[in-house]
Design a protein around this ligand. Structure first.
Ligand code: ZN
Length: 241
């Protein structure tokens, strides 16, 4: 029976190590995923604004060309004003001239608007570029950390799983199923030592008779409160196997 308890203690230790491995890795991928999303969203926003800035500049260039054309027209109409032969012609040219001047004013207003937009967008891009660099750095660092940790833990995981298989092969299926049932119900912790005369799982003080039975190791003893398997760990772990 002592041998059985020893195997169960070993199994518990390997399972706890495996659990620890999985939980350390379990959090990092989420972090990396979050950082990647943040970085990519910021980059997309940056690219969009950059595109927008180009469009503003393009529109402003077109308007500046348009104004040049309109000014030429304006000069032409001004010249025509001196050549009109009657009031009707004068009114017609004046109307054309007014219309051209209106178009110029509208184009100039839009150009001012565009210049403000360009300045704002440019400022945004400068700030965003710094932010983006920070986001990318953080993302790459975490990603590297995750890759390293996966590489590290993969070796440990393979080793631990191999150990686990070896231990399990030496445990009676009936005892193994008892272990699995308790571990499943008690968050992976099925075998606990007696700690200061109490259950190492729920810390309930154990009666002296029970402690004696646990020390004797003649059978598997369970905690009456939490149902875990109780072991006298000193004797089980001190011995070499
Ligand atoms: Zn207990």
């Amino acid at each position: 029976m002592e041998e059985v308890l020893k195997r169960l203690v070993e199994l518990q230790k390997v399972d706890l190590d495996l659990h620890k491995l999985e939980s350390t890795r379990g959090d990092l991928p989420q972090q990396v995923n979050h950082l990647e999303k943040r970085f990519k969203a910021a980059r997309e926003e940056y690219e969009q604004k950059k595109q927008l800035l180009l469009e503003y500049q393009k529109e402003r260039n077109l308007l500046e060309m348009e104004i040049k054309g309109l000014k030429e027209k304006e000069n032409k109409y001004k010249d025509q004003l001196y050549q009109v032969k009657n009031n009707r012609e004068y009114d017609a040219v004046t109307m054309e001239l007014e219309s051209v001047r209106n178009s110029v004013r509208k184009a100039e207003d839009r150009i001012l608007e565009l210049m403000t937009l360009e300045e704002e967008t440019d400022q945004f891009l400068q700030t965003q570029q710094e932010k983006l660099a920070g986001f990318e750095k953080e993302y790459q660092q975490r990603k590297k950390e995750l890759e390293d940790r996966i590489a590290e833990t993969e070796k440990d995981e393979i080793y631990l799983k191999d150990q686990r298989d070896k231990i399990i092969r030496r445990i009676d299926p009936r005892n193994l199923s008892v272990y699995k049932r308790i571990a499943g119900a008690k968050n992976g912790l099925a075998v606990v030592p007696v700690v200061r005369n109490a259950c190492g799982g729920c810390f309930k003080t154990l009666p002296p008779q029970k402690i004696l039975e646990i020390r004797n190791m003649q059978s598997i003893r369970f905690c009456e409160v939490c149902g875990r398997i109780l072991v006298w760990e000193d004797r089980l772990t001190e011995e070499e196997h």
